[in-house]
Unconditional design. Structure first.
Length: 157
């Protein structure tokens, strides 16, 4: 289990449970180099926002981490006079799908301990072309000390 192991699970879950984006769920790696004007929308962006070690588990070199993941719902800026209202209207169904898909969800036990928890996150941001609605989720993840998980065989010389 690595620090970033939850990312593909989140992406897959959102693709399955958020029909409004038609499979447009992107990880940080997917977004590298994309210019804002060229972004697909509506879409979801999955980003590791923060992580911190919580404890080193006794008798082992494994570490329990508290990770905070952002799922950013992205919509194109509406061309209406009431821009803020139109953006909220456009983002609302997407936000509802994300909350339904992730809040309280329990991925495989080997990935995280317990369920994802919705927590306060950054404020929404509106630009000339897009509106971004970040939702934050906390997960407890245990990473294994790779030095104790070596899986290669020594060969005799």
């Amino acid at each position: 289990m690595s620090l970033l192991s939850l990312s593909p699970c989140l992406v897959e879950r959102l693709k399955l449970r958020c029909p409004s984006v038609n499979g447009k769920v992107f990880s940080t790696a997917d977004l590298s180099g994309v210019q804002e004007a060229a972004q697909a929308a509506p879409a979801l962006h999955v980003v590791l926002w923060d992580y911190a070690p919580v404890e080193v588990l006794p008798g082992r070199a494994d570490i329990r981490w508290r990770e905070t993941w952002l799922v950013v719902a992205v919509v194109k800026n509406a061309a209406r006079k009431d821009r803020a209202g139109a953006q909220i209207e456009a983002g609302d169904p997407l936000v509802a799908e994300v909350l339904d898909a992730l809040a309280g969800w329990r991925p495989e036990a080997r990935i995280i301990q317990g369920a994802l928890k919705a927590i306060p996150g950054p404020r929404p941001v509106c630009t000339d072309t897009h509106a971004y609605f970040p939702l934050a989720f906390e997960a407890n993840v245990v990473t294994r000390d790779q030095r104790t998980d070596v899986r290669c065989q020594e060969t005799a010389l």
